[in-house]
Ligand binder design. Structure first.
Ligand SMILES: Nc1ncnc2c1ncn2[C@@H]1O[C@H](COP(=O)(O)OP(=O)(O)OP(=O)(O)O)[C@@H](O)[C@H]1O
Ligand SMILES: [Mg+2]
Length: 511
C-alpha cells in the first residue's frame, strides 16, 4: 500500500449538466472536494451554486456527467442515498420541524426504539447531547426548535449532518442571517470539522469570509464552471472579476448637501417596553440615513414601529410636517411609507405566483382602469424593466417566484417596493444574500431614488455597506439611539462600533 495522500479527494463531479424548463442551470460543471478542506463555491445569484450542490446531495438528478465519491462512481437518486455515502447538506432555507425538539429533529425517522416500539427519549437526547459535545457547543437537546435563533437552528442542522457520519458537509449561505459573534462560533465549528477530515463546501456572497475560512475557491457563472483558485494567494478583485465577468466600478459617491432640504419624516420619542427607549430623529428629502448597530439593538423595531407593524407605548410620527396616526401597515402605506422587511420569505413574496404578479402586487390599483381592469401589458413591461435593471435571473416574467434562486427572489421583493411609489422607504438588510454585482446595482438604485427626492432609511449589519451607502449614520444600542455620524469616508468602522456598544448605564436600565 502507498502512503495516504495528504489531501485525498473525497468528491469529484465531472461535466455535470442540469436543465429545468426554460433554464439551462448547469453546463458541464466540474468540482472536486478534498478531505479536511473548506472549498468555497461562489458566483452571482442564479449562477447554479445551489443546484450543483443539490445534485451532489441527491435532491436533483443531473441530466449528464458523473459523480465520484471516494473514487467510486456514485448513483445519488435521492437524499437518503447521498446521506448513506456520508454527504450532508444544510440548505439555504433551513428545514427543521418547528414543533419538535432539537433531539427529535436530529433523529427524525431514525429514532432509537425501546422494546414495544416506543421511542427511547432518553437515548435520543443523550445521543444528541454527545453530538453537541463533539461540536463543542452547549445546546439543550429537549428544547423546542421553535424559538431558537437562526444560528442555533443551523447548529442543529450541523449536528444532524454529523449524526449521519458525514464526510462531506455542504453549507449553502450559512452566515446570511448571522451576526459577527455567531459567525465566529460557526467558524470554530467548521475548523473543528476540518481537523477531523470532513470536507466542507461553503457557499457565500460575503467576500471577506472567503479568506477567513476557505482553502480553495471555485467560481461559477451563468451555469458554467469558470475556475478554481487558492484562497490565500488570490486577490479578492480577481475572484470578483471571475464571478461577474466584468469590472465593477463602485466608488463611494459624493454626499449631497441637504441642509436646506425639506424634512420628510420626523420621529419623536418612540418607546416600546425595553426594546425602544425614546427614539427620535428626522429624515430629509433626498437623504439616505443608515441605521447601524449590533443584532438586537432595536433597528428593525424602529422600522416596524414607524411602519405600524408593532404597537408603540408612546411616540409621534410626523410626515411632511403633518402628524399622522399609524396603527397598522396600511396606515403607513397611505402616509407614503414603504418597508422592505428583513424577513422577506415570510412577509414579502407570494412564492406560488409569477415574477410579474409579485412585482406588481403592491401597486395593482395604479394599473387598473376605472372599472378595475388591470392593464396586463403594462404590468408585463414594468416587470421586464425591473428584471433588466436588477438583473433578476429568470426565464421570463411569468416564472413562478419559488423556482428562482434565493438571491433572485430577494431582488423581486426589492422591485416590488421600488415600484410602489412611496416618499419614504425603509430597507431592512436589502442586500442580504445578494451577489456583489447586484449589490452595486442596488446601491446605485437607492442613490438614484434619493436623488429623485425620496427619503430613505437603510438598516444594515454590514459596516462597509452602511459607510458606503449612507449620507448620515444613526447608531443604536439596546433600544436607544446612541449617536449620529457622517456617512462616507468621514467615519470609520471603529467609530460606529464605539457607539454600537455604548450601553445604557445600569441605573437607566432599571428605570
Ligand atoms: N426547480 C427549479 N425549476 C426551475 N428553475 C430552477 C429550479 N431550481 C433552480 N432553477 C434555476 O436555476 C438557476 C440556478 O439556480 P441556483 O438556485 O442554483 O442559483 P444560486 O447560484 O444558488 O443563486 P443564489 O446565490 O441566488 O442562491 C436559476 O436560474 C434558477 O432560477
Ligand atoms: Mg443558492
Amino acid at each position: 500500500m502507498t502512503a495516504p495522500l495528504a489531501h485525498p479527494e473525497i468528491v469529484r463531479m465531472e461535466a455535470i449538466d442540469k436543465r429545468f424548463p426554460g433554464v439551462h442551470a448547469l453546463r458541464s460543471v466540474s468540482f472536486d472536494l478534498r478531505a479536511g478542506e473548506v472549498h468555497a463555491l461562489m458566483g452571482e445569484n442564479g449562477a447554479g451554486k445551489s443546484t450543483l450542490m443539490k445534485c451532489l446531495s441527491g435532491v436533483y438528478t443531473p441530466d449528464g456527467g458523473r459523480i465520484l465519491v471516494a473514487g467510486q462512481e456514485a448513483s445519488l437518486p435521492n437524499p437518503k442515498a447521498a446521506q448513506d455515502l456520508g454527504i450532508g447538506i444544510i440548505h439555504q432555507e433551513l428545514a427543521l420541524m418547528k414543533d419538535l425538539t432539537v433531539a427529535q429533529n436530529i433523529w427524525i425517522g431514525r429514532e432509537p426504539r425501546q422494546s414495544f416500539g416506543r421511542v427511547d427519549e432518553g437515548k435520543l437526547n443523550a445521543d444528541a447531547a454527545a453530538l453537541f459535545a463533539q461540536m463543542n457547543v452547549s445546546m439543550n437537546p429537549t428544547a423546542p426548535v421553535e424559538g431558537l435563533t437562526i444560528a442555533r437552528q443551523q447548529m442543529v442542522e450541523i449536528a444532524k449532518a454529523l449524526s449521519h457520519r458525514s464526510r462531506v458537509l455542504i453549507m449553502d449561505e450559512p452566515t446570511a442571517a448571522l451576526n459577527d459573534a455567531e459567525i465566529a462560533e460557526l467558524f470554530a465549528i467548521i475548523r473543528g470539522l476540518k481537523a477531523e477530515g470532513v470536507g466542507i463546501v461553503y457557499i457565500s456572497h460575503k467576500m471577506d469570509e472567503i479568506r477567513r475560512i476557505s482553502d480553495r475557491v471555485t467560481v461559477m457563472r451563468d451555469g458554467g464552471y469558470v475556475g478554481t483558485v487558492e484562497a490565500a494567494t488570490t486577490p479578492i478583485e480577481t475572484i470578483i472579476a471571475m464571478m461577474v465577468g466584468r469590472a465593477l466600478t463602485d466608488e463611494t459617491p459624493e454626499i449631497p448637501d441637504l441642509e436646506h432640504a425639506e424634512t420628510a419624516l420626523e420621529v419623536r420619542g418612540i418607546r416600546r417596553g425595553k426594546e425602544l427607549r425614546d427614539v427620535s430623529f428626522s429624515l430629509r428629502k433626498g437623504e439616505i440615513l443608515g441605521f447601524a448597530g449590533l443584532m438586537g439593538a432595536g433597528r428593525t423595531e424602529v422600522a416596524r414601529a414607524i411602519f405600524g407593524a408593532d404597537p408603540r407605548d408612546a411616540g409621534e410620527i410626523i410626515v411632511h410636517g403633518r402628524h399622522v396616526k399609524i396603527a397598522s401597515p396600511g396606515d403607513a402605506v397611505r402616509a407614503g411609507i414603504g418597508y422592505l422587511s428583513e424577513d422577506r420569505k415570510h412577509f414579502g413574496l407570494a412564492l406560488g405566483m409569477d415574477v410579474r404578479a409579485n412585482v406588481a402586487m403592491a401597486s395593482l390599483t395604479r394599473y387598473a382602469d376605472r372599472l378595475g381592469r388591470i392593464d396586463e401589458g403594462k404590468l408585463g413591461e414594468i416587470a421586464k424593466d425591473y428584471i433588466a435593471t436588477l438583473r433578476i435571473r429568470t426565464p421570463s416574467d411569468r416564472q413562478e417566484v419559488r423556482l428562482l434562486s434565493g438571491g433572485n427572489q430577494q431582488k423581486v421583493v426589492i422591485a416590488k417596493w421600488l415600484l410602489r411609489d412611496c416618499d419614504i422607504l425603509i430597507f431592512d438588510e436589502p442586500t442580504r444574500g445578494i451577489d456583489v454585482g447586484a449589490k452595486a446595482e442596488i446601491y446605485r438604485l437607492l442613490q438614484d431614488l434619493a436623488a429623485q427626492g425620496k427619503a430613505i432609511i437603510v438598516i444594515s449589519s454590514e459596516l462597509p455597506e452602511v459607510l458606503r451607502l449612507s449620507h448620515r449614520i444613526a447608531v443604536m444600542c439596546e433600544g436607544r439611539l446612541t449617536g449620529f455620524l457622517p456617512g462616507g469616508a468621514a467615519t470609520t468602522q471603529e467609530e460606529i462600533m464605539h457607539l454600537a456598544t455604548l450601553r445604557p448605564t445600569l441605573a437607566e436600565a432599571h428605570a
